[in-house]
Write a protein that binds this ligand. Structure first.
Ligand code: UD1
Length: 421
């Protein structure tokens, strides 16, 4: 069983390079099959979810050539729909994008039920609403776990209004609409930076998308896309995780290769806690200069405080002075990691979608589980701050989304190692 062993109590100092964004890489890798040509994707994070996506494309007939750890050439000329391997698709959320991509390229899709982190119910009704507005019929084979979509008369642009702000539905409908006949207008779209990144990728391939980054996205369908070279944006959640680690342990770290604008909501909250943050063109320096104070956090769609930074910030607040509250505004059940933090001496009470975190003088090392990707990151942060040794199991959840987290933290002075038995 693989585990991380963390010995706490070391402040972090130095520079860390942030990798490409997981949640931009997954849709862009899948969307590359709409071109039917060669795409070179750069600044890819070296994480298992990206490798799985590329394995899925390879199983569908794409020629996938890695060029080092962070760049890949995908030739999707011979890709076939309806044959993505169920065991890989069912392990990650990003595979929902195969529905939009197969529909766009082949006019029909057959995809296994997607997996991913367990935050309670993860519906796809808004994705389906969008596909149906474009002329597809969607059916579920719940017994065998497959989703089918079919557009025998092709996809046609239309207006789509989302009832909830959904990153996945916005991305999936964009993917389905780029090659549709006519114009699609997505209203109440998500505004996350990865949505802008996907639009930029598509436009580099010859698509006509405007408005990404606002709540109204307009897509004028084109007949064909061509291959391109594209560089993925930096991962704001990875950057935020390192910022949280410095808040928990103390020290001073320069977080490099980021877009500071994407960090605004996270920086604002860390500053409110007492952290000193200096912003540069493509980096941020974060330093702990005094004890941390309690704060209130509520997660919201971008540009609000990201739900994917919630567990990491809760871990930091465990040792801040006073009673903080963390309210989850996106997912119905994202608090499974709290039980693990309690094993380390954290005082946290959860009621509905809110947690009250009573700061304690210090956490203590314990054996804990990474219940999901960001919950696992919270365990690392707590372990780095705790007295004694923390053993973290189920680390494959963490390695789904963090590129060389052990190497990067070690270079900053942390005592963390991976044990493989
Ligand atoms: C993506 C991210 C995930 C992040 C989340 C919110 C990926 C692979 N995952 O997930 O890490 O936590 O965005 O930033 O990019 N909803 C519906 N109907 C739908 C779709 C969503 O009601 O059809 C609801 C969900 O239950 C949730 C909210 O909308 O309450 C947001 O979900 P969404 O933005 O779609 O998250 P994902 O794209 O699955």
């Amino acid at each position: 069983m693989e585990r991380y062993i963390v010995s706490g109590g070391k402040a972090l100092f130095g520079d860390v390079e942030i990798s490409g964004m997981k949640n931009a890489a997954l849709p862009i890798v899948v969307a590359s099959i709409l071109t039917g040509e060669k795409c070179v994707i750069e600044n890819l994070p070296s994480i298992s979810d990206v490798r799985k996506s590329l394995d899925i494309l390879a199983a569908m007939g794409a020629e996938v050539n890695y060029k080092g750890n962070n760049s890949v050439e995908i030739d999707s000329k011979d890709v076939k729909g309806g044959i993505s391997p169920y065991d890989l698709v069912s392990k990650m959320r990003g595979s929902t994008y195969l529905i939009g991509a197969e529909l766009a390229r082949f006019g029909r899709a057959k995809v296994g039920w997607p997996g991913g982190c367990d935050f309670g119910v993860r519906p796809i009704d808004q994705h389906i609403k969008g596909f149906e507005a474009l002329g597809a019929k969607v059916t579920m084979d719940t017994e065998n776990g497959y989703i089918y979509a079919d557009a025998p008369n092709g996809l046609h642009g239309n207006s789509v209004y989302f009832d909830v702000v959904s990153v996945g539905a916005t991305i999936n409908v964009m993917i389905a609409a780029v090659l549709a006949k006519g114009k699609t207008v997505i209203d109440n779209a998500a505004r996350e930076p990865h949505i802008v990144d996907l639009a930029n990728f598509f436009n580099t391939c010859g698509a006509k998308i405007t408005g990404a980054g606002t709540s109204v996205i307009k897509i004028q369908g084109v007949e064909k896309l061509h291959g391109c070279n594209y560089t993925i944006i930096p991962d704001m959640i990875e950057a935020g995780t390192f910022m949280a680690a410095v808040a928990a342990t103390g020290g001073k770290v320069n977080i490099k290769n980021i877009i500071p604008k994407h960090m605004e909501s996270v920086s604002a909250k860390l500053e409110e806690m007492g952290m000193k943050i200096e912003e540069f063109d493509d980096s941020i320096t974060i330093e702990k200069v005094k004890p941390l104070k309690k704060i209130q956090i509520k997660t919201l769609p971008y540009p609000g405080f990201p739900t994917d930074m919630h567990p990491q910030l809760t871990a930091v607040l465990c040792t801040a002075e006073g009673m903080s509250t963390v309210t989850e505004g996106v997912w119905e059940n994202r608090f499974r990691y709290v039980e693990e933090l309690r094993k380390m001496g954290a005082e946290i009470e959860v009621e509905g979608v809110s947690a009250r975190v009573n700061g304690v003088p210090t956490l203590r090392g314990a054996e804990v589980k990474a219940v999901d990707l960001r919950g696992g990151a919270a365990m690392i942060i707590a372990g780095l701050a705790a007295k004694g040794t923390t053993e973290i199991t189920n680390i494959m959840s963490i390695e789904r989304g963090y590129d060389d987290i052990v190497g990067k933290l070690t270079a900053l002075g942390a005592d963390i190692r991976k044990i493989e038995e």
